[in-house]
Design a protein around this ligand. Sequence first.
Ligand code: COA
Length: 261
Amino acid sequence: MTHYQNLAYEVADGIAAITVQRPDKLNALDAATIAELGEAMRRVRESDDVRGVIITGSGSKAFVAGADIAELAAMGSIEGVAVSRLGQRVFREIELSPKPVIAAVNGFALGGGCELALACHLRVAADSAHFGLPEVKLGIIPGYGGTLRLPRLVGRGRALELILSGEMIDAAEAHRIGLVNRVVAPEALLQATRELLLTILRNGPTAIALAIECVTRGMDMSLDDGLALESNLFGLLASTGDMREGMKAFLEKRQAEFKGE
Ligand code: COA
């Protein structure tokens, strides 16, 4: 059993709930916490009893209020590159996880916190949540993939407005521009996120994993290369017991029982 200093990691009903726990710093991500997130994702990958992940922040005020500014304040150029690459690597692992990952955004999701939510496959927000990329107010730019993932999600104009102004938007506006999938009352956040994930987990796990791969890698390919990837993975699924079970269950008018094989 791995012990984390700044994370809680709990598994129930096939879902690993990862909670960033630095409440006195509004769950700001220092290097140690980012490394722990990477370790937690390794554990998710290797645990057969985990089929999906929820990432959230402790307390009701913040999801993650950004990278730890006190730690960043002392960096020089070489450290700056290393800091950015560590965060990028861990967030990319989240984005490429074959097991679906949903951010339950319970408060401020700023800077690296907004980028963490962007790296997740889906985002559910409390109506009290706020989003923003305020890095330019500190004289830097987003360094954990925000300049790439935000325009892919909401379009270049909206992304540039958020990145250049550094201003926050509330959950309703985040929903309007497609930055979050759902907005719910704060007290319903974890349950709503869990229900969305359980809906996904009722489907064939290999199909889910390959759908994530097609969408995530396909976004960065030419249409022709993406279509080739899609047809190859579609063909791969035709060799699975899950495909046979899914289609047989439909024809027999019953729920499919997927085994991930
Ligand atoms: N890094 C380090 N510490 C942070 C932090 C961050 N990103 N965000 C908040 N904290 C710390 C504060 O320094 C404060 O610590 P202290 O009690 O030891 O002084 C504590 O968390 C509480 O934050 P505080 O600013 O007092 O809360 P607030 O309610 O007045 O404001 C925010 C909340 C989120 C608006 C404000 O904390 C903020 O702007 N944070 C920075 C956001 C940011 O720029 N993120 C991008 C980083 S690259």
